[in-house]
Design a protein around this ligand. Structure first.
Ligand code: CTP
Length: 391
């Protein structure tokens, strides 16, 4: 999404300006062409040279150095990010004051704009600042944050610039096609954990990375996303309706609660096929031998397949080897539109890593093989094929 896109980063005079160095670095790492405009005040916090080194581009600080920079920079930009944005710059933007390069180019800029405020919480709650933020929002600017927490001056409150990852995520979303707008996508992820006693459980190997990546990609593309996740150490993407669960039976109940309103369901979770028949109330003492009696859990996806109506159903097939035959059998047995085959015998893909190599099979029997790639890229392919299968 950011590859070969021109991103203009406006930096204003806040202590959080140092975080924008990392922001510029990450935008460049995402292959964006980054140009930085700094206000005079921001140059008191960090030097233009640091941005020049990171972006490989000249840094713009002076309105009068080139008579048309305020027009040309904004014309070529696909995205404008103001981070950090001080109260002063926000107020100027809203009032149309053009007294430096950044505030002047704001008046010429017509594309998407992200503003990440950073200021003391008293300034942020100031009536005038609030009014100008509202006006800029109404004019189409997207504000990210500020976050709450400890502020540079020692105060606690709302006013911290959000973390850089959040700004990068917003940038990716701002430049994504919104082809999933209006879709309500239900995604399951992670393992389920079936308790044996208060301290032990049986589970499946799954980090949740693939399901969370699909949720993130769907959000960027404009979908309403509900993520039902078994235990995972991952942070749910901002903007999802997040439902944490533990047991397969809880996942089943939550899926069926939300199924009606969804337009598609993607079951990326590694649901436990079995759970202990009895859960001991107190810790089971160790013995030389022990056996567990297990009962079969419901196959959530198979049940969904019986009631799918017009919804698009996507399942995963975890197989020891590239077993297309078994994946096709699961697709048919569960009445799916699309199945994602994962070869779990491979060490470099699948569990707990950021890459995956998948084969997709649709209900028409079309087999689509892909090379190893990042899970976020696999996520976009799954969503593309899901859209196609729904037509
Ligand atoms: N699935 C489910 N409920 C279960 C087990 C699996 O909804 N109790 C879903 C998974 O989320 C996945 C698909 O069914 O999308 C296939 O899961 P997989 O473990 O590959 O296959 P199973 O049907 O469980 O069969 P097996 O374990 O014998 O391969």
């Amino acid at each position: 999404m950011l590859r070969d896109r021109n991103v203009l980063l406006g930096v204003t005079g806040s202590i959080a300006a140092y975080k924008s160095v990392d922001l510029a670095r990450r935008l460049v790492a995402n292959q964006a062409h980054v140009k930085v405009v700094m206000t005079e005040a921001s140059c008191r916090f960090i030097t233009p040279y640091i941005f020049e080194s990171i972006t490989g581009n000249q840094v713009y600080t002076d309105l009068f150095k080139d008579p048309f920079s305020h027009i040309n920079l904004s014309k070529e930009a696909h995205l404008l990010i103001i981070a950090p944005a001080t109260a002063n710059t926000i107020n100027k933007f809203s009032c149309g004051i053009a007294d430096n390069l950044l505030s002047t180019l704001w008046l010429t800029y017509e594309g998407p704009a992200l503003i990440a405020p950073a200021m003391n919480f008293r300034m942020y709650s100031n009536r005038v600042v609030k009014k100008h933020i509202l006006e800029l929002k109404q004019a189409g600017a997207q504000f990210i944050g500020p976050a709450s927490g400890s502020l540079a001056c020692g105060d606690e409150g709302e006013g911290r610039m959000v973390e850089v990852e959040e700004i990068v995520e917003a940038a990716l979303a701002a430049l994504s096609k919104k082809d999933l707008a209006g879709q309500n996508i239900l995604i399951t992820a992670g393992p389920t954990a079936e308790p044996i006693d208060p301290v032990r459980y049986i589970s499946n190997r799954s980090s949740g990375k693939m399901g969370y990546a699909i949720a993130r990609a769907a959000l960027r593309r404009g979908a309403d996303v509900t993520l039902i996740s078994g235990p995972s150490s991952l942070e749910p993407p901002r903007g999802v309706t997040f439902i944490p669960v533990e047991r397969a039976s809880e996942m089943e109940a939550e899926v069926f609660k939300r199924f009606k309103k969804s337009t598609s369901v993607i079951m990326a979770a590694a649901v436990s096929d079995y759970s202990p028949t009895d859960i001991a109330k107190v810790k089971i003492r160790k013995k030389d031998e022990m056996s567990l009696k297990l009962k079969k859990n419901a196959d959530i996806l198979r049940e969904l397949g019986k009631k799918k109506g017009g919804r698009v159903l996507v399942g995963f097939a975890a197989e020891s080897g590239k077993d297309i035959k078994s994946a096709v059998a699961k697709l048919k047995a569960k009445n799916l539109d699309l199945i994602v085959l994962n070869d779990i015998s491979r060490k470099d893909v699948g569990f707990d890593v950021d890459t995956n190599e998948v084969t997709l099979i649709n209900k028409k029997g079309r087999i689509m093989e892909y090379p190893i790639m990042k899970k976020i890229e696999v996520a976009d392919i799954i969503l593309d094929r899901m859209l196609e299968a729904g037509k």
